[in-house]
Ligand binder design. Structure first.
Ligand code: 13P
Length: 247
């Protein structure tokens, strides 16, 4: 059976390290549907523990960021090569919280994307999103995509995931309408298919997804999956979300 939805758990910096092992064990004991690919993204220091606890599960490991180079004098950074060696398969890049609090620019995200794609087997999850509801999403999304994807070429075996995360919907409980999601996804997919083969990109949605509203996304065919923040720290809610998108 082929995987048809990607559900990413972004734990951000919300979980105290001391509480990581029990939650990881809960996740590893869940039997997710084979038609869902779950990707768990804890913070950097939790990754080795997660890699160990999840090694027998079907859950893939993701990181929340990576350095802009594979090796060198980059104090505080983590090499995408080492992340790969640790068992990480996906890297979130350009999250709006990093754009906001760490002033990450499209140019920097572009460098990181290149560094990640240079490591065989790593798949980037590039986040883009508009800040103010209804205020020209097309211009903002296209600017972010063009900047992040500048001079990026994908080898036939490579692919990219783009997460549409409207900033106004992140952690606010403000839920997008189906038409807002559909419009943004079609714009993003249209942009991507001009550069890559349709099969090389997938577009997922993130922003205040929870156990209650997750079923809304089930019938929106353009949505290839979800990027879940707060609700991904509750294993029951997260499982409900994974089930709801398939029903
Ligand atoms: P919330 O689900 O907490 O709104 O976070 C979304 C997000 O930023 C995931 O990357």
């Amino acid at each position: 059976m082929s995987t048809n939805k990607i559900i990413v758990a972004n734990w951000k910096m919300k979980l105290p390290y001391k509480k990581a092992a029990p939650l990881l064990k809960k996740f590893s004991s869940i039997k997710f549907s084979p038609t869902v690919q779950v990707i768990l993204c804890p913070d950097f220091i939790t990754l080795p523990l997660a890699s160990n606890i999840l090694k027998k599960s079907k859950i893939k490991l993701g990181a929340q960021d990576a350095a802009l180079a594979d090796r060198g004098a980059y104090t505080g950074e983590v090499s995408p090569v080492d992340l790969k060696d640790l068992g990480v398969a996906y890297i979130i890049l350009g999250h709006s919280e990093r754009r906001e609090y760490l002033a990450e620019s499209d140019a920097l995200i572009n460098q990181k994307l290149k560094a990640v794609l240079a490591v065989k087997g790593l798949i980037p999850i590039l986040c883009v999103g508009d800040k103010v509801r209804g205020k020209n999403p097309k211009t903002i999304l296209f600017k972010q995509l063009a900047g992040a994807l500048k001079d990026i070429k994908l080898a036939p075996s490579q692919s990219i995931i783009v997460a549409y995360e409207p900033v106004w919907a992140i952690g606010t409980g403000r839920v997008v309408t189906n038409s807002e999601v559909t419009l943004a996804h079609l714009l993003i997919k249209g942009f991507l298919t001009k550069r890559f083969k349709p099969s090389q990109s997938r577009v997922i949605y993130g922003g205040s997804v929870d156990a209650k509203n997750s079923a809304n996304f089930r019938d929106i065919l353009v949505v290839n999956g979800l990027l879940v923040g707060g609700s991904s720290l509750n294993s029951k809610d997260f499982l409900t979300i994974c089930r709801n998108v398939l029903k």
